[in-house]
Structures are given as C-alpha cells and as structure tokens.
Write a protein that binds this ligand. Sequence first.
Ligand code: FAD
Length: 418
Amino acid sequence: MRFDTVIIGGGLAGLLCGIRLSESGQRCAIVSRGQSALGFSSGSLDLLSHLPDGQPVSDVAAAITQLEQHFTAHPYALLGANRVLNYARQAQTLLADCGLRLQGDAETPHQRVTPLGTFRRAWLSPQEVPLKPETTLRTGVVGISGFLDFQPQLAAATLRKRGIDAHAEEIELPALDTLRDNPSEFRAANIARQLDTAEHYTALYQALRPLSEQYQALWLPACFGLMDSIVFDRLNQQLACPLRLLPTLPPSVPGLRMQHLLQQRFVQSGGSWMPGDEVIRADISGDQVTQLWTRKHEDIPLRARHIVLASGSFFSNGLIASRDRVREAVFDLDVLQSDNRSDWYGDDVFACQPWHQFGVQTNARLNGLRHGRALSNLYVIGSVLGGFDPITQGCGGGVCAVTALHAAQQITDQGGEQ
Ligand SMILES: Cc1cc2nc3c(=O)[nH]c(=O)nc-3n(C[C@H](O)[C@H](O)[C@H](O)COP(=O)(O)OP(=O)(O)OC[C@H]3O[C@@H](n4cnc5c(N)ncnc54)[C@H](O)[C@@H]3O)c2cc1C
C-alpha cells in the first residue's frame, strides 16, 4: 500500500498532523494500535506552565527563550519561540475547525478548576470547564449518587480552603440504576451514553433545577457530552444559573470527545484510519525509512515518502523500558536517557522524575536520530519525544500540537508522492 505519508499513532499528535496533511491534499494514513492518552486526559491542553527549574511561566515567549538558552533538549528550544507560538495559534484554529469549542489562547493562560477543587494553569480548556471564579460566587458542587469517580465533598472542601463559597450537593438519577448494579460499569463514559439520550434529559433537568435556584453556579462531573454539547447547551438555557462540568477520573468524557472529533475530521478530510493495527518493524536504507510492516498486513508493506512517528510515551508503549535501557519501539531511535538506572527515579514520587524527560532525540526538523544520524524522511512528534516533562512543566498537549504542525509543515513544503 502506498501513501504520501504514514503516521504511526493516532493520539493528539498523530491526528493533528494527519488532519493538516490530508487537508493539504496528501494521501495520508494513520495506523493506531489502541486507545490514546486522550481518553485518560482532562480534555484541557497545557502549553507551558513552568520552566524545568520550577519557575512559573507568565510570558510564554520569554519562557521559551529561556529554554533555548538553558534547556536546549526541550522540543520548544529546537523550534524557537516564534514558531512555537505560531503553531500554537494554528492549532487553536484547527481544533475549532474540528468542532471543539475551547476557551483560552496561547498568549493568556487561564486557571481551570480540577475535580479535586484545585486550580491548574492551562492553554485551552473545553468551554464546559469552570475557570477560577470570584470568591463570592456561591457554587454548588454536585455529585451523582453512587458515582465514586467524583467526590463533591472533597472538591467543595478544597475550594472553600481557597476562599470559594462552595457547597457539596448530590442528585439522585434512578434512570442510571441499571449501571449502578455493577460499580465497574458506573463510569463517566457509560453514564454519558445514557444521559446524552433525549429520554433522560427531563430527569436530569428536574434534579438540577431546584439546585440552580439556590446557587449562582453549579459544577457537575463531566458525565454527558461524549459526542457533542447538546445536553450541556440545553441545560444552560433552561437552568436558573450557569452549569459547568469537571472532568472525572478516566475514562474522561471531554478527552474522548476530542479523540472522536479529531478522528472524524481526519476521515472526512480523506485520511485512511487504520485502527487496531500496529507497526511492528521498518526497513531502513541509508538515511531513509523505505517501508513499514504491520501486524495485520503481514506481507503487504506500507510505503510512503514521509513517515511520522507519533507513538506516544511509555503509556502507549512508544517507549519501552528494560532493566538496563529505554528503547524506542519501532525504529530503535536514539533515546535521551540516564545511563545509570539509579538515576532514572527520584526518591520523592511527587517530585519531578528524570524518566519523564526520556524520549527520542531529533534534529530541529524533528527527524529522528539513529546512531547519531538523522533519518531524513522520518519525523518524530508528540509525547514520544524527549527533553520535556509534561507533568511538572505543564506542556504535554502543547508539545504534541506544536510538533505535529511543525512536522506537517516540513512535509507539505516538500510535496507529495514521488
Ligand atoms: C494519562 C495521561 C493523561 C494526560 N493528561 C493530559 C492533560 O490533561 N493535558 C495535557 O496537555 N497533556 C496531558 N497528558 C500528556 C499527553 O502525553 C499529551 O497531552 C497527549 O495526549 C499525548 O499524545 P500523543 O499523540 O503523543 O500520544 P498518545 O496519546 O499516547 O497516542 C499514541 C498512540 O500511538 C499508538 N501506538 C503506539 N505504538 C504504536 C505502533 N507501533 N503502531 C501503531 N500505533 C501505535 C498508541 O496505541 C496510541 O493510540 C497526559 C498524558 C497521560 C499519559
């Protein structure tokens, strides 16, 4: 099978790159083995919240200039501040074109409310997510009876410590009783499959209506809106106060919706989506990847002028750790890592962990390095890259979006099939 570009991995990075390439007229395929990190994420995207030395970031451009000077392995340092911010703005437009209604922008980070009642800096958040409110706002934090993945008492108590006038409430939804029979089924995505249907709307509205008359804002766990915002919009029109939604423990409804809308856009733009398959090896000649072999298409290789590796980090097995080293799973690319295993971890599990920054090394064009030499038609994007810590630096979604669009730009600049 022949394409202009084959992308390995259909998470945030692979899909953004694939959409951009397909929309520019490329014949593009995405091979993706399984679920991506999106279904486990908050649905908010981080651009850059902290520098590696822990300094909080208020000016993203200035912070990237610091990365360029002192933390040169960071993907943003490879690209430079102007390009990072330019790609971040392009990503905002692309995500909106895919039907994602997100608040925030690259220049002005916001503080979103987390399900634990804390505040976390973000670049883009679904419009449903509450932002840090005025302390005087009388807020009802509403749980659903029997749903254990969101604890309104915990969230409300934490918010009160931060000066917010928050109170825990709970609603009964007997319509969900069939799910309640099995606690492992009583999860946000399964609840959403019920609450997104028209037949359950009235019960949900009637449970919330009296609370909406007592409070100035209601915050619920994000248990509806898997595919669209219809229920959210309708409730906001009809309730007496604004309603907002907090992402829950995985599976995350906002994250799953982002995955769904991006996948849909990729296919609509003409891309070939190959789910449930995996690239197991590649043939390399000189500085070029010549073909890819997948588990399902045993004897039919995938050939493309350009290959993009978007296979994710340890979480998605893009990186694999053995006793003595960390390796990249498909091409055995050079991986930024500490030689000595005892240096992989810090003693404090809550502190920045060195292994978070392990990942593939590239040049500034994002060509993967193998034995120190760049593979000229292989681009590496997203969380399989090394040199950054998505958790303590708050830059996971941003690195994915920015590197995805940078790779797509390099590829479209060179044209399609030979
Ligand atoms: C649990 C979790 C929660 C996170 N939450 C947030 C958040 O809220 N906000 C934020 O900004 N960042 C968050 N991050 C950071 C996150 O890494 C990025 O935001 C982003 O979603 C990662 O996207 P990705 O495309 O690089 O990789 P992934 O989402 O991991 O996708 C990689 C895909 O490649 C597939 N794959 C792997 N190997 C192969 C192969 N050989 N052949 C075919 N397919 C393959 C995998 O099955 C997977 O579908 C989170 C990360 C994790 C792990």
